[in-house]
Design a protein around this ligand. Sequence first.
Ligand SMILES: O=c1nc2n(C[C@H](O)[C@H](O)[C@H](O)CO)c3cc(O)ccc3cc-2c(=O)[nH]1
Ligand SMILES: C[C@H]1O[C@@H](n2cnc3c(N)ncnc32)[C@H](O)[C@@H]1O
Ligand code: SF4
Length: 355
Amino acid sequence: MISREEAIAFLNSNSPKDILEKINLINELEKDREKYITYSKNVFIPLCNWCRNKCGYCIFRSNNPKLMKKEEVREILLKGDELGCREALFTFGERVDEHPKIKEELKKMGYSGILEYLYDLEDWCLSNTNLLPHTNCGILTYEELKMLREVNASMGLMLENVSERLMKTIAHKDSPGKEPKLRIEMIENAGKLKIPFTTGILIGIGETNEEIVDSILKIKEIHEKYGHIQEVIIQNFRTKKGIPMENFEEPSPIKMLKVIILAKLMLDDISIQVPPNLNKETGQLFLLAGIDDWGGVSPLTKDYVNPEAPWPEIEELRRFTEELGFKLKMRLPVYDKYIKKEWLSERIYEKIVKE
Ligand SMILES: O=c1nc2n(C[C@H](O)[C@H](O)[C@H](O)CO)c3cc(O)ccc3cc-2c(=O)[nH]1
Ligand SMILES: C[C@H]1O[C@@H](n2cnc3c(N)ncnc32)[C@H](O)[C@@H]1O
Ligand code: SF4
């Protein structure tokens, strides 16, 4: 195992030799098995664009709140189903029902809050399509996670970073929900509830190398306790016009490569995910460093968090992946090793094994 100090020294160093040695080590560890790189064919449902947080890097959030209608959501789910998608990704702002207009709209539809509405939509999704819900909507309580577990194959929350310091910077100063303690607590609660989980770190938001290493170590520590982290996303900050962090520099390919190498070496059995739409030029380089998964790719909907970055065609992704001798394979939002009774609600389990 790499120690904290070694990991920090690796990120601080400028030595190509250090990088190549670690890439060699990763390839040596994996040489005896045929390697599959996975992806999830999904539709993205941005249920509501309001959010109680205001992250300095976010373009998703708007001051002009819109809630998707039931019919709109159902139409996307049905179209996705026809196209062979298997994941319904519900990603939206945190605690959107704190906004009076949204609260009122929900009330008119007969719902006391956004999560009741979400549950209903996910319930409909399971009864009427082959898609399996994955929800990533910010901080949830233990009880809320417990309720949503019934209708979700997996859930997610980006740790972003463990840094308290970032809570005072442009990235997180107006985002109480990015408080690391709250995020860690929720990821642990998901573990207690046996929910297959996706988390990750966002690189390039003003964090230090120490803070990156500490974030990886925190995820590792939680996973050692509960065993529920199926994948860790190494997400690169992508700048956009008009965001508070517009002038921030995006992380370099080598910076990303080094973080991916560390995550791969430190997180053992956890899958390392890199989104292909944010890494069109560099994704193949990251394959060399041992990434396992491309995450969600959609033939129908855009990435509402990074709307400027289109998804590759799946056949394009296949060529990209096979050029390095790997095989591309579709997966569900829950990884194969978690398709077990103990990890899923009865309803989700039965739906998956009955196909
Ligand atoms: O299309 C996207 N999908 C995102 N996903 C979805 C991801 O691509 C897939 O849903 C998972 O790999 C399913 O296992 C996230 C899921 C999470 O739980 C947490 C964060 C993200 C972030 C994104 C994202 O920025 N864009
Ligand atoms: C859904 C996830 O998307 C990430 N996210 C939000 N804004 C950006 C951006 N500009 N660039 C890259 N990732 C972003 C955050 O990590 C969030 O948790
Ligand atoms: S990144 Fe998520 S939490 Fe932050 S402002 Fe955007 S929608 Fe809200």
